[in-house]
Design a protein around this ligand. Structure first.
Ligand code: ADP
Length: 494
């Protein structure tokens, strides 16, 4: 059998990359052929994504991929939540506004007053966060409505699929993150949107992950290697693609998609939307092959990234392996840091904030780089255990094993701490889960693979990962109880 070559466009909020996947019928190899920054900027009073800049980087990456050998297909995944509009001719009306723009300030509370927090969750299954598309739509509607030329709303990956193929549909996993879509009913939450005064006539048709959207547009087809390239939507929300590539050992295993954020969850057939799941801040996002990702957003390695940036500003450039080694040498179970505390949300002098947090909670103040890093990593592992505990409470299914995928799975200390604190074995890898999930769903659409089970079988063959066993988890019991008490005393009841 001849090889298949697919391209994954993986757009992150800070950078993007183009990954070529080569499939020999057995294993998938990946190669990053292009990396580029993603910098939103102020235009017309709002922080906006630069679609033209991103598009030219995507074309550059595709040209590199095609110059080597012909490309069978391409698909785009990105962060969720943000959207833009096409006009009557199918042109982008304006650069999409970023979820970090201040326009949503106060809109969550406004929406809650209009329809109630319970309903916002019940009608969609999505955890309430100010940045959600539904609150951006409400902000826009209160500021006079969508731009007059707007004819169709598309999510970020859909906009690039439109540029690639001319399609103007949306993909399920991306729209599932909006808070405007009913994940259980698999339809736009039009009644809720009506009651919020949000226009529903611009909402697009929604297709499943793995839909062939057509050939690349003529301008691309003339480039070397792209003459027969199809555009196939993967699970276009990046976490959906990452979870597609989790090589689940059993159906009760959980996952942590570990990068800037940690997405901690399980894969289900049906969403869980009730008072317990709402109070536990569990969200139900769409997965590939009609699955549901019941998960909790944990602040993730962001806190450590920001610490690293601050230390670099102070003249100490510390690579991740060295940082992990320093943390491993620091003593265990010092001060407890709740990485989800609001003081860690914004960029800044994170080591100082970690120290302030410890001081204000009456704990010893970590001083060295190793002590600060260790307390952040232990704080992450404690949050992971809390997330899996609340998932087990609402599903009635205890988690049996934890898969960690993404860049964070390279952190051996965090893998071990996660095993120790949760008392569960951890399977680490693949690091490139998002690109692999994107590529493998394209291969399903190309007829090379039968479905999600095949996808995961190929992941197992291509990347065997590492298994980390828990070491005497009983020693963490008391520390975990202290963590829960600390969080309970600091978190306002919702
Ligand atoms: P995202 O796409 O969410 O920005 P990635 O999946 O690229 O994130 O993961 C980035 C994270 O991976 C970094 O924040 C860092 O904590 C971790 N990481 C990357 N390389 C290493 C390494 N060699 N050792 C330990 N951790 C690493």
């Amino acid at each position: 059998m001849s090889e298949r070559r697919c391209v994954a466009v993986d757009l992150g909020a800070e950078s993007g990359r183009i990954v070529v996947g080569t499939f020999d019928g057995h294993r998938l190899g990946t190669e990053i052929v292009h990396r580029f920054p993603n910098r939103p900027r102020m235009v017309d009073g709002h922080l906006r994504w630069d679609v033209a800049a991103l598009w030219s980087e995507i074309v550059e990456g595709l040209s590199r991929a095609g110059a080597a050998e012909p490309v069978d297909s391409v698909g785009v995944d990105s962060w969720g939540i943000d959207f833009g509009y096409l006009d009557e001719r199918g042109d982008l009306v304006a650069d999409p506004v970023s979820h970090r723009d201040a326009r949503t300030d106060g809109t969550l509370n406004a929406a809650a007053q209009m329809v109630g927090r319970e309903r916002l969750y019940r009608d969609t299954g999505i955890q309430l966060m100010q940045i959600n598309a539904v609150f951006q739509l409400l902000a826009e509607s209160r500021a006079g409505g969508p731009p007059p030329a707007a004819r169709r709303l598309l999510m970020i990956p859909d906009l690039f699929h439109h540029l690639l193929s001319g399609s103007s549909v949306a993909e399920f996993t991306a729209v599932s993150t909006t808070g405007a879509y009913d994940v259980a009913g698999r339809a736009w939450a039009t009644k809720l949107l009506d009651d919020l005064g949000i226009r529903t006539d611009l909402l697009p048709e929604v297709v499943d992950a793995g839909t062939d959207l057509g050939a690349v547009v003529p301008a691309l087809a003339t480039l070397p290697g792209l003459a027969s390239t199809r555009v196939i939507t993967p699970g276009s929300h990046d976490t959906a693609s990452a979870v597609a590539a989790v090589p689940f050992a059993d159906p009760y295993a959980g996952y942590i998609s570990s990068g800037t954020w940690s997405l901690v969850g399980v894969e289900l057939v049906h969403p869980v939307v009730n008072e317990s799941s709402r109070k536990a801040n569990l969200t139900n996002e769409g997965g590939v092959a009609g699955t549901v990702r019941l998960l909790r957003n944990v602040m993730g390695l962001w806190v450590l990234q920001e610490c690293r940036r601050q230390w670099a500003r102070e003249g100490r450039d510390i690579e991740y392996p060295a940082l992990v080694a320093l943390a491993a040498e620091a003593s265990a179970m010092g001060s407890i840091v709740d990485v989800d505390h609001p003081s860690f949300v914004h960029p800044g002098d994170m080591p100082a904030r970690v120290r302030d947090y410890c001081r204000s909670t009456g704990q010893p103040v970590p001083s060295t780089v190793g002590e600060v890093a260790r307390s952040v990593l232990e704080g992450l592992a404690l949050r992971y255990r809390a997330a899996f505990d609340s998932i087990a409470e609402v599903t009635g299914r205890p988690t049996t094993l934890v898969h960690i995928v993404g860049g964070g799975s390279r952190n051996d200390l965090l893998n071990q701490l996660t095993a120790d604190v949760t008392g569960l074995a951890v399977h680490a890898g693949p690091v490139e889960a998002t690109a692999m999930g994107n590529l493998l769903v394209q291969l399903v659409a190309l007829g090379e693979l039968g479905g999600l089970d095949d996808v995961r079988e190929v992941v197992r063959r291509s990347d065997c990962g590492r298994l980390v066993e828990p070491r005497d988890p009983s020693v963490w019991g008391e520390h975990y109880t202290r963590f829960r008490d600390l969080v309970a005393s600091a978190t306002p009841v919702q």
